[in-house]
Design a protein. Structure first.
Length: 469
């Protein structure tokens, strides 16, 4: 286990303190293979000694950055290995350290708690883990392949989750006997991660977004494995589900997304308080490409995020970073880690802060298919600097140091040669690589322009890319 190599520094001492707290807290939740379940970390309510599908999916990249590769791989396998026809192609929502379904959520195979987006969330994040690590087992392991295929076929059929059926499905399907006499009733198959609402929820928009994300991820995995016909089939399915989201969930009169469909055929929209807001899943699952719609969602969260519970806040900083709200994102991280946050010990909080700082503030991302990592400074002030040392990605440890928006230094501390896509905010005709003037390319993401140049980093190389010599 990596017990402390990852380091962050910045003149913003509150942010450094937030990173240190998050790293130490997250690592305190990691357990070695001495428990019957094997390598695992806590990813559920504190002190449950368990990990649930949604939380693991959301914590996985942060865990990977902290060096918990064995833990991620084992936990994803545990979910895959426990999918079964008897559970209508669900797996265990929550597994404890004894390698058993957590009793708080499970009575037997016909009576248990289950949020239906979770199978798709696991697929989406298994692909993200492959891209970050290059571990082909996420693509080729027989148990994982079986889980992916069952989840995107039998599971969808068994629960009426395809776009042709999903808006007319029976909310209490696949239940045996009297619902009132069972422990969990129709919580065996909740069609959303939203466990509140003002009535009987028939469907949540996050359900549709998760299905799109899983189909896209699986299509990419099949393509990498060389199965082009099957890859194209799932791309077509993803497109069909995307069309359903764009048509069914978008209210063209109100110019905003609906978020929950109830059995009485009414909808909720963006809400806070008792019903909570779940539109962030559209961005988390990368299900919206329209910049105006993205900005609309972000603006709603910008105004209302203080009213949300920690489990929902923990999704937001990286979304704010990616959409140009740098100061807000940084301050939110500090607030999430502050002792005044009474629920800061929720495991999801500390793990996701590590991802927010790495992928958000430092703009680090990885693509195993091209052996490339990218960086993009999201520092607010041109006088700011920040450094993240020993980031584990692919076979490497990488150190990244940003100086405002004008210069980035990357070091290949260890590992094989790797390509670096150095991205700097703004549109520039040239960038300077170690002082050498180089023609660069400019792109625009979510209305935010940046320039980038590709360079190779051999082991031990330190390279500077800047907008001035």
């Amino acid at each position: 286990m990596n017990t402390g190599e990852l380091q962050f520094d910045s003149p913003n001492r509150e942010l450094v303190a937030a990173f240190d707290w998050a790293k130490n807290k997250a690592l305190s939740y990691a357990h070695d293979h001495s428990d019957p379940v094997g390598f695992w970390y806590e990813a559920a309510l504190p002190n449950r000694e368990a990990f649930c599908m949604r939380d693991v999916s959301h914590q996985a990249i942060g865990a990977e950055i902290l060096g918990l590769s064995k833990h991620n791989h084992n936990m994803f396998l545990k979910f895959a290995q426990n999918i079964s026809k008897e559970k209508d192609y669900c797996t265990y929502w929550e597994i404890n350290r004894y390698d058993k379904p957590a009793p708080v959520d499970y009575e037997n195979d016909k009576d248990f708690w289950y949020n239906l987006p979770s199978n798709f969330d696991v697929i989406f994040n298994a692909y993200r883990l492959y891209k970050w690590t290059g571990n082909m087992d996420y693509l080729e392991n027989p148990d994982l392949k079986n889980f992916y295929a069952l989840s995107l076929n039998e599971y969808i059929y068994e629960w009426d989750l395809s776009s042709e059926d999903i808006s007319r499905r029976n909310r209490s399907m696949n239940l045996e006997g009297d619902i009132g006499s069972s422990r969990f009733g129709n919580k065996r198959g909740i069609p959303t991660y939203n466990e509140g609402g003002r009535g009987e929820t028939l469907l949540g928009i996050d359900m549709t977004a998760s299905i799109i994300a899983a189909h896209k991820a699986y299509a990419e995995m099949l393509g990498i494995r060389g199965d082009v016909p099957e890859s194209n089939k799932y791309k077509t399915k993803a497109k069909r589900e995307q069309e359903f989201l764009d048509d069914f969930w978008w209210d063209s009169e109100k110019k905003e997304y609906r978020s929950i469909l109830y059995e009485d055929e009414t909808f909720d929209y963006f809400m806070v308080g008792k019903n909570q807001a779940f539109l962030h899943y559209l961005l988390y699952f990368e299900a919206v490409a329209d910049n105006d719609k993205i900005k609309n969602i972000i603006s709603k969260y910008e105004v209302n995020f203080q009213q949300l519970i920690v489990e929902l806040k923990s999704y937001l900083p990286i979304l704010f970073y990616e959409n140009g709200h740098y100061e807000l994102a940084t301050n939110m991280i500090i607030g999430l880690c502050n002792i005044t946050n009474q629920r800061r010990d929720y495991p999801e909080n500390s793990f996701t802060v590590i991802e927010h700082l790495t992928r958000g503030l430092m703009g680090v991302d990885v693509n195993a298919m091209t052996n490339t990592f990218s960086t993009l400074s999201r520092l607010e002030d041109k006088e700011d600097w920040a450094e993240l040392k020993n980031i584990p990605l692919l076979s490497n440890k990488i150190t990244v140091r940003h100086y405002g928006k004008s210069k980035t230094i990357a070091t290949n501390v260890s590992g094989e040669s790797i390509k670096w896509s150095a991205q700097l905010p703004g549109s520039h005709e040239f960038l300077y690589i170690n002082g050498r003037k180089t023609v660069c390319s400019s792109k625009d993401t979510k209305g935010l322009p940046y320039s980038h140049s590709l360079t190779m980093l051999n082991k031990g190389d330190e390279v500077t890319v800047s907008i001035e010599p």
